[in-house]
Design a protein around this ligand. Structure first.
Ligand SMILES: [Cu+2]
Length: 133
């Protein structure tokens, strides 16, 4: 009997660790180092977390929304994401958008944050580089 509960505990623990380990955000489109036109389509993805609208208070830390930071670093966990031309919020749960940039190299950082736009930190961010023709 005792052995049985120990193995059940191990199974539950590994399930929890797996859920934690797979959480992350990614760009479906464009790919890293892609060459893009001045206006290009972006598809945002998240694994192990849920996309929820901003402004609706929830204690659920698996809930959040996407942000695209242009030529910026990820925001430290807990930091509020500014709202300006280089910090775009997708508070209506959007997962796709079009972005227009000037020619040359740019970085795009996808940053996940909670209902109050507080960053979930670098572990829930992803940075890629694109070259605009
Ligand atoms: Cu936001």
């Amino acid at each position: 009997m005792k052995k049985k509960s120990a193995s059940l505990f191990l199974i539950l623990t590994s399930i929890n660790l797996n859920a934690f380990a797979t959480a992350g955000v990614f760009f479906d489109e464009p790919k890293n180092n892609a060459v893009v036109t001045k206006t290009f389509h972006v598809k945002m993805g998240v694994e192990g977390r849920m996309v929820c609208p901003a402004g609706k208070e929830t204690a659920d830390k698996t809930c959040g929304h996407h942000h695209i930071l242009i030529d910026q670093k990820p925001i430290t966990a807990g930091g509020i994401i500014p709202s300006d031309v280089n910090h775009i919020h997708f508070g209506k749960s959007q997962t796709e958008t079009d972005i227009t940039l000037t020619p040359g190299k740019h970085t795009l950082t996808l940053q996940f944050a909670d209902f109050a736009h507080r960053s979930y930190g670098e572990s829930l961010s992803k940075t890629i580089e694109v070259t605009v023709k």
